[in-house]
Design a protein around this ligand. Sequence first.
Ligand code: DOR
Ligand code: ZN
Length: 458
Amino acid sequence: MSVDLVVRNCTVVTPAGRSPNSGVAVEDGTIVAVGRSDRLPDADRVVDGEGNVLVPGIVDCHIHNREPGLEYKEDWESATRAAAAGGVTTVVGMPNTDPVIDRPDHLELKFERGEASAHVDFQSYVVVTSENLDRIPALDEAGALGYKIFLGSTVGDVPPPNDGEILEAMKRIRETGKRLGFHEENGEIIDHYTAQFKADGKTDPIDHSHSRPVIAEQEAVERMITFADETGAKIHMFHVSSGSAAEAVARGKARGVDVTAETTPHYLWFTEDVMRDVGNPARIQPPIRDADERDRLWEVGMDEGAIDCIATDHAPHTPEEKKVDDPFGNTWDAISGFVGLETEIPALLTFVDQGRLTLEEWVRRHAVRPAQVWGMYPQKGSLQVGTDADFTIVDPDREWTLEDRDDLHSKNCVTPFVGETFTGDAVATVVRGEFVYDDQEVVGESGYGTRVDVNDGD
Ligand code: DOR
Ligand code: ZN
């Protein structure tokens, strides 16, 4: 038997363990064998993995691809180009675009644009507001991956539904079998402190962080867990930034609520000191927390397991919007969010190098769990025979420094990771059997990426 592609001479890593001198065989974009290099079939193309690590394709379930409507910041083509270059095979776009993704026709437009230009496979969330509770079944029919509610004001100013509407949304979403995720910051708390800080003339980047205190996040997590306990909805906490919020998630899990959670590389890497060192370019919502919260996020979230998934919250804005030329200027004039797709694997591999995480745990949180939580497993996030041949090849030993943001592939590349040194990098990205990134080049075609089918998931 001869197949289309064999990648050999890798260490294959899944949550079940690692197999040296192994590889993957692919036919028609699908995995047909995983095993020892010398037992894989003949192939039209044989790639030597040179001893690198091969893992299921990395799934980033939280990016802001900005299309439709905000293409001056980023679009599907540029976001998925960055994904390919970052070793990410599937991305899920957030709904705070223009128009917001709150109706089936808006979702269809987002999917159409993705089909036309994406380099890697993709999906999209839809937003739930006071206005569209009646459309929840239609949005399910239209193929949404899952639902999102913004509990507090953030970029895009999507108004939060009230608590009654949230309870009702949970009941209706439960009927669809899909999961509801939150931007979990209590809006009344952050609005109060934002107004008070502005009135007090506090304008430093660190003031932005302190205007959105941990209690706003912790309270929102606890309230949504209480509502999910009442309604039976499956819920998810996006971008958990603090140990206190991770502890609240752990309590919810212990209580039997179906709550999953994600954190991002920046909350694990930095402390709020980054606001004093880098300033407005590091501004993000929720903000990067102090060392105690960061350390407890590691303990409770990563070591004890409250956090299911890693994602980036990749959120491109122009250098002008990010106040790059005035990093310590009035923070209320700067916007929140920065890119992450090309530094997420390097950051996580650096944690592996530091002995804070095993390769197996990295793969579980960055490929397997995101696909399971959002209903894309095992088509995505696995190396099972018969599923999409998505895999990421990484060099866990490559030491490098992100010297210049323009080395990245997004349209706008502001990130606090400029100047940081990593141990580990993506070497190649394979989507349905095609190399989309190889040897430091994005080699895939724009438009190759396609929408991922959704099942009921975990
Ligand atoms: O910092 C943020 N940026 N937080 C969000 O919630 C949204 C995001 C964006 O869209 O830029
Ligand atoms: Zn986000």
